[in-house]
Design a protein around this ligand. Structure first.
Ligand code: LRH
Ligand code: MN
Ligand code: MN
Length: 425
């Protein structure tokens, strides 16, 4: 199944009149306010969000997994699915692989299909939170943090393998998330676990190619419920600083305690030039991995506000933009289209903030005005800007409507059957 130009045109023809009216109306309104609409559309066009290889099948929770139909059976089919997303929205030109869930078999074929579909390889994720069949020592009590040197060495070796795989595909970053921690007070030495982690990460860092980054992901709890070694952005930042200039902090939006001010973390990391990338998702309670923007779209907007300002005012390097969302109840491709759309909407809203007026309001301590300025942008219906960016790139005015009109899932079911199963969570 491949999305063709005529699929896009068929869908766009139906929506064009309405879209043009909305876009013209919005353009006039924004231009009157001094917004350079062409520049905003250009910036939205440039935003590309990597799709996680583990989100293409119907996911699940630790309690169960409910497969959908027509799921991709292997990495090639996963890349084909991402090709469908990208052909529709023109904003998802990369995959983020999880190893060993998606170990490439035929590299030549994988590189070729990715090239044909205009898909790149973003950060590769290592996995030392599960034992693999035949593994000599176990990660049950930790991996890079383990008190047993043999386990640490195995985990370091795994990360080196992941780097090697990434090199063969053209990735430029390794994301490390550790489940390491303790579930009970006294279970391990908190200080030694952190020191071991630093030591192990240093070995991985030494192995990192010169043009690569290592992205250190943090998370406060789960699967360990008393202490997690890399529990928060501070610990990740500390490790990234100790490791060196190729090490950065990765912010997964779901990895915070309730009510954490994530936008403030983003602002601080950018000031220190240590923000490496995102795992985007949304949540109500914990690491819920829900569709981006489905629960707290205002928070997402405030994060993008800090990003827009940070890119203008700091030297933080470019980021790895990745989704990390996966669950049970929606068609995963529709879900991912919704996530990417939500990210672009938040970005568009942040791009139309009147920065000059905001600065003046801040300077004058006019708090109400500052809030008005932010909320004026947030409450603007910017969907036509996002649609226009996609349309200009040859994508769909409404990727999700086009997806349904083409009947993509039925086509995939015809090709792959009803009980194919994707690897992943
Ligand atoms: C951990 C996490 C991490 C893993 C992914 C599957 O909760 O966010 O990024 O690699 O989930
Ligand atoms: Mn994550
Ligand atoms: Mn997570």
């Amino acid at each position: 199944m491949k999305i063709t130009q005529s699929h896009i045109e068929n869908s766009n023809d139906e929506l064009k009149k309405n879209h043009t009216e909305s876009f013209d109306f919005l353009s006039n309104q924004l231009s009157d306010k001094g917004v350079d609409v062409n520049l905003v559309v250009e910036k939205i066009r440039a935003l590309q969000i990597a799709i996680p290889s583990w989100a293409l099948g119907a996911g699940g929770t630790r309690f169960g997994r409910f497969s959908g139909a027509g799921e991709p059976a292997d990495l090639i089919q996963k890349i084909q699915d991402i090709g469908i997303i990208h052909a529709l929205n023109k904003s998802s030109n990369a995959v983020s692989l999880h190893i060993p869930w998606d170990i490439p078999q035929d590299y030549e074929a994988i590189r070729q299909i990715a090239k044909d579909l205009d898909i790149n390889f973003d950060a590769v994720n290592s996995n030392t939170f599960q034992d693999q069949p035949g593994q000599k020592v176990s990660y049950k009590y930790g991996s890079l943090a383990n008190s047993d040197k043999a386990v640490r060495e195995l985990a370091v070796e795994h990360n080196k393998e992941v780097i090697k795989i990434g090199e063969r595909l053209g990735s430029k970053a390794l994301t490390v998330w550790l489940a390491d921690g303790s579930s009970f007070p006294g279970q391990h030495s908190i200080r030694k676990a952190l020191a071991n982690t630093h030591d192990s990460l240093s070995s991985i860092y030494e192995y990192l190619p010169s043009d690569w980054k290592i992205l250190v992901e943090y998370k406060p709890y789960e699967p360990n419920f008393y202490s997690t070694v890399i529990q928060d952005w501070g610990t990740s930042f500390l490790l990234a600083n100790k490791l060196g200039p190729k090490a950065y902090t990765l912010v997964d939006l779901g990895h915070h305690l309730p009510n954490t001010n994530i936008e403030q973390i983003v602002a601080t990391l950018m000031t220190e030039e240590k923000l490496g990338g995102f795992h985007f998702n949304d949540s109500k309670y914990g690491d819920d991995d829900l569709t981006v923007g489905s629960v707290k779209p205002y928070q997402l907007f405030l994060i993008f506000h800090e990003l827009v300002q940070g890119f203008a005012e700091t030297n933080n390097p470019s980021l790895s933009w990745m989704i990390d969302a996966s669950h049970n109840v929606k068609d995963p491709l529709e879900d991912l289209l919704q996530s990417v759309e939500a990210i672009k909407l938040a970005y568009a809203q942040a791009l139309i903030i009147d920065q000059k007026a905001l600065e003046d309001a801040q300077q004058n301590h006019d708090t109400a005005k500052a809030q008005e300025i932010l909320q004026d942008a947030y409450r603007t219906d910017v969907r036509a800007l996002v649609s226009e960016a996609s349309r200009q790139l040859g994508g769909a005015i409404s990727p999700i409507k086009a997806y349904r009109k083409v009947g993509v899932r039925n086509e995939l079911i015809k090709e792959r059957g009803t009980d194919s199963k994707a690897s992943g969570l």
